[in-house]
Design a protein around this ligand. Structure first.
Ligand code: NAD
Length: 416
């Protein structure tokens, strides 16, 4: 994650440019540039070999003007406080943009889940919750899954929080298994929400989705579902897919379910029978209608942006486009659906999960999908309208709308 300090700089620069549009005073701008609260925790954990190992973790609550903060927890060996701060800021703008009554947060533990046993992972998950217990809770801050954490980890975290509280607190964590208060439809919510936004963009640009050409970078939770839904919901042709080891391309189109089976048995999408191996850089430069980065930050930057040939860039990853690429994409006429708009489906359905937990309800999957589509469509059109009316690009429009809502809440609460 070497590029992460740049993500924080980019997020702050983006904030400065909306501060000008919103005519924010320097004091307000300074308030918005820093998190309201950060907690660093040391986690001594008993390992299977009898030793005790110390792990470091943190939780950043960026801004809670609109409600309790919400955001995922990453378990990653190269996690840094700078990346967590940037992602917590993005969560704040994302919740505001999608009109959720929530602020933004993010957390992380520096560890490598690939080198941990099931029980060690459980002990780290529980230790993290004990470490941050005092500042989280259904009315304070609600963690969720992110990179290398999953529904099982959320189940342990919810259980630990409940033990410390002395009662069941299902609403303290989202992204839980459905048998333990998780929401139907959470597993593909980020990708599905992204597709609801892409559908609106394609209509606007006159692109028929059937047989349209799609490339997806990243084949994890978000990337796999993005590719699967492209084919299943809209009959798109998925020309290319990739993971950390490289990519594959087939002019005839790939079957994401079959590629997933190949990845399970070989560890990568590479060498998929009948497809050509390509690099991640080649994938970004393909002649497609829709390009979906669903892996890492800053993959599209000043060095490669001019090579992109897509008509729509749908940012399902957080921060995939560096600021240095922004004008190049705009001048090429590429329609960008920015991350805080495009990947909001995950936090929207997490919010639905909180509502269901509060009322002891279990909504049907179709109900969740219908509500998700409505929220994604509303957000997409509010950003597009703002962008056209004020002659700014889609990212500036999204940031300005989101930051404006947070500032209004801060003013109404007399914080500024
Ligand atoms: P994941 O860990 O399940 O998958 C990540 C994928 O990226 C893996 O297939 C991995 O092989 C691939 N990858 C890693 N390095 C790569 C590289 N150099 N080039 C190409 N591919 C590479 O993570 P995820 O949950 O699918 O998240 C993917 C992105 O979406 C992240 O930016 C995450 O913050 C963002 N996001 C996720 C959610 C969610 O609900 N999971 C919500 C919003 C945003």
């Amino acid at each position: 994650m070497s590029s992460e300090p740049n993500l924080l700089e980019d997020v702050r620069e983006q904030l400065c440019s909306c501060a000008m549009g919103l005519k924010l005073t320097p004091d307000i701008e300074a308030f918005l540039k820093i998190p309201m609260r950060e907690l660093f925790v040391a986690l001594p954990v008993h390992m299977d070999d009898g030793s005790i190992k110390l792990f470091r973790g943190f939780r950043v609550q960026y801004n809670e003007a609109l409600g309790p903060t919400k955001g995922g927890v990453r378990f990653h060996p190269e996690e840094t406080i700078e990346s967590i701060r940037a992602l917590a800021a993005l969560m704040t703008w994302k919740c505001a943009l999608h009109n959720l009554p929530l602020g933004g947060a993010k957390g992380g533990v520096i560890c490598n889940p690939k080198e941990l046993s099931h029980r060690e992972l459980e002990r780290i998950s529980r230790a993290y919750i004990r470490g941050i217990y005092q500042i989280i809770g259904p009315e304070r801050d609600i963690p969720a899954p992110d990179v290398y954490t999953n529904p099982q980890v959320m189940a342990w975290m919810m259980d630990e929080y409940s033990k410390l509280s002395g009662k069941n607190e299902f609403g303290a964590i989202t992204g839980k298994p459905t048998s333990l208060g998780g929401s139907a439809g959470r597993y593909d919510a980020t990708a599905r929400g992204g597709w609801y936004a892409i559908k609106e963009a394609a209509e606007e640009l006159g692109i028929g989705l059937k047989n349209s050409r799609v490339a997806v970078q990243g084949f994890g939770n978000v990337g796999y579902h993005a590719a699967y839904l492209a084919k299943k919901l809209f009959g798109c042709k998925v020309l290319a897919l990739s993971d950390s080891k490289g990519g594959i391309y087939s002019e005839a189109g790939l079957d994401p379910e079959d590629v997933s089976g190949h990845k399970l048995s070989t560890g990568s999408v590479r060498d998929y029978p009948g497809a050509e191996n390509i690099t991640n850089e080649n994938l970004l430069a393909l002649d497609v209608d829709i390009l979906i980065p669903a892996a890492l930050e800053n993959v599209i930057n000043g060095n490669n942006a001019k090579k992109l040939q897509t008509r729509i860039l749908a940012e399902l990853a957080n921060g995939p486009t560096a600021k240095s690429a922004e004008n190049i994409l705009f001048n090429k006429g590429i329609h960008v659906i920015p991350d805080i708009l495009c990947n909001g489906g995950g936090v929207i359905v997490s919010y639905f999960e909180m509502v269901q937990n509060q009322y002891r309800l279990q909504w049907e999957e179709r109900e969740v999908q219908i509500l998700l589509e409505k929220k994604m469509k509303e957000a997409y059109h509010s950003v597009l309208d703002f962008s056209l009316k004020n002659k700014v690009n889609m990212r500036q429009a999204a940031y300005t709308l989101a930051v404006g809502r947070v500032v209004e809440a801060m003013q109404l609460r007399s914080w500024i």
